[in-house]
Design a protein around this ligand. Structure first.
Ligand code: SF4
Ligand code: SF4
Ligand code: SF4
Length: 257
């Protein structure tokens, strides 16, 4: 029987191997996967095309598995939005005894949330990286250290998408509300009025049988109208917007022949 430091090291290594064996069968990314989160809600987050890297060095990078859950998220998911929700999930799981973990997770959550609301800045991102780094070194237990390390690595691995939000004011997945607008495709709308019924802002202009329009000053980008349109006539747009009529037009009048 082994004792002392060597025994602890071997035990830790065995745990890594066990964790790896548990998740291995799930590490083949589905076709439209964008991000893989192994060992969620702690563990490691990586671009899906790099999922196989985990087979070589799972948890040898300071991250800590929490479960054998593997989450695949597709193109419809925004990384910043995911990190915002994930930090909230971690805040709920933390026992909150030590300040660095409790306050660190709260600060990281706030920084990600600011970005999703169009108020992100490079200075705040630098601050978030420092906080995550401090957590990875100074938290009292594996949970806090693992969360810090995982989030620090995620900020490196997804720097491009985060940067697009901050510098270019762009959310590639069209999830963060400030970075997209909602429009009606005139050649699809049949003027049924279903979108108007659900809009909480009164931002839709139209009448039965006419192509409905969106008042962009009033629209809060909640997406409720997108979910109910039977014609899939309502779409989100980033920088490139579809051409839409600026006055009421009879439905069908603009259908391309
Ligand atoms: S690091 Fe561990 S002990 Fe400290 S608050 Fe987080 S979960 Fe609790
Ligand atoms: S956009 Fe869709 S839900 Fe709204 S009126 Fe046109 S077809 Fe109906
Ligand atoms: S996204 Fe929301 S606020 Fe905007 S038009 Fe649709 S339902 Fe109304």
């Amino acid at each position: 029987m082994e004792f002392g430091y060597e025994a602890m090291k071997n035990h830790a290594r065995q745990q890594e191997i066990d964790a790896l064996e548990r998740v291995k069968p799930q590490l083949s990314a589905p076709q439209n996967a964008k991000l893989v989160h192994v060992g969620a809600p702690l563990g490691r987050i990586l671009p899906a095309e790099r999922a196989e890297e985990l087979l070589e060095g799972l948890y040898t990078d300071g991250t800590v598995p929490c479960t054998n859950e593997v989450r695949y998220l597709d193109d419809a998911v925004c990384v910043v939005d995911y990190l915002t929700r994930l930090t909230l999930e971690l805040m709920e799981l933390s026992c909150s005894k030590c300040v660095l973990c409790r306050e660190g997770l709260r600060q990281l959550h706030l920084v990600f949330e600011e970005i999703t609301r169009g108020r992100g800045s490079l200075e705040r991102m630098d601050y978030a990286k420092d906080v995550a780094q401090a957590m990875s070194l100074g938290c009292d237990c594996d949970f806090g250290r693992g969360a810090g390390r995982m989030l620090a690595l995620a900020m490196e691995d997804f720097a491009g998408e985060i940067d697009q939000h901050i510098r270019k004011k762009r959310c590639p997945a069209l999830v963060c509300r400030p970075y997209f607008t909602v429009h009606v495709l005139a050649d699809r709308c049949v003027g049924c009025g279903k979108c108007m019924e659900v809009c909480p802002e009164g931002a839709i202009i139209g009448k039965a049988g006419y192509v409905h329009m969106v008042d962009q000053d009033m629209c809060e980008h909640c997406g409720k109208c997108l979910a109910v349109c039977p014609q899939h006539a309502r779409v989100k747009a980033g920088r490139i917007k579809p051409r839409t009529p600026d006055h009421l037009v009879r439905a069908g009048a603009l259908v391309r022949k």
